[in-house]
Design a protein around this ligand. Structure first.
Ligand SMILES: C[S@@+](CC[C@H](N)C(=O)[O-])C[C@H]1O[C@@H](n2cnc3c(N)ncnc32)[C@H](O)[C@@H]1O
Length: 237
């Protein structure tokens, strides 16, 4: 199956390392115009035909069956996955927990960053995704279950403070009190100053910035993802 889609180029680098955007924001060059680097990447990618791979088809199927729980039509692109992973220090001690790994683009970015797969604890609701993850990361711990019951779910899997919790859960589909309980549970499982990393497509924070006891950081928008996304990190104050 072939359909036109903006796909991140192999050589694309993290958006926040690119120069600020100028010129035509739609990414279509006017005659003779020299595009800034980010627009060139987007324009190049837009021209390339995009083939749906097995993961894309599986993901799309999951979205058709459970749109709210799946939270996206396609797996995250590389630029977003790498940005998520960039907040995890591969040298830090303890397990790295991933919530909602899906078909594993962020998991792979974590491994590429140097996180040993045996440190990964992958919490995923969808049994098909769990099977794929077990095959791809045989030394990782794959836990099939509801990430919003994090403490109960992980009490027998986590024996030392986690180095990070990296979440792709569609948080904004949940009421604020459920989101707050998730973050509070995650922070109790994590080492001091370890990050809770979350992406959203919305540009508003999934947890209010001024929430007491939590320090929030936001990445610049990641335009190369479709749809554009932002990465939020939360740490205990
Ligand atoms: C937006 S997708 C992200 C998938 C993948 N990390 C990516 O970036 O492409 C959200 C994922 O969270 C999973 N998910 C949703 N609700 C969940 C829950 N309560 N517990 C565990 N996983 C959940 C979905 O099955 C899906 O794989």
């Amino acid at each position: 199956m072939v359909c036109p889609r903006v796909a991140p180029a192999e050589s694309d680098v993290l958006t926040h390392r690119l120069p600020p955007a100028t010129g035509d924001r739609r990414g279509s060059p006017r005659h003779g115009q020299v595009l800034p680097m980010r627009n060139q990447s987007i324009a190049r990618a837009a021209k390339r035909p995009f083939r749906l791979g097995t993961d894309d088809v599986q993901f799309l199927r999951s979205w058709i069956e459970k749109p709210l729980a799946t939270g996206a039509v396609m797996p995250s692109g590389r630029a977003l996955a790498r940005t998520m992973a960039s907040y995890v220090d591969p040298e830090s001690k303890g397990p790295v927990v991933e919530l909602g790994p899906g078909t594993g683009p962020v998991t792979q970015a974590l491994v590429d960053r140097g996180v040993d797969p045996s440190r990964l604890v992958l919490v995923e609701f969808n049994p098909t995704f769990c099977r794929m993850l077990r095959t791809r990361y045989p030394t990782a711990t794959v836990v099939q279950g509801d990430a919003y019951r994090l403490r109960r779910l992980l009490e027998s899997y986590i024996r030392e403070p986690a180095a990070a919790v990296v979440s792709s859960l569609p948080l904004l589909t949940k009421p604020l009190r459920t989101r707050l309980r998730l973050i509070a549970d995650a922070l109790t499982l994590m080492a001091t100053d370890a990050p809770f990393v979350q992406f959203t497509y919305a540009m508003v924070p999934p947890i209010p910035k001024s929430y007491a006891g939590i320090r929030t950081e936001a990445s610049p928008p990641i335009w190369l993802n479709l749809p554009p996304a932002r990465v939020w990190t939360y740490r205990a104050e």
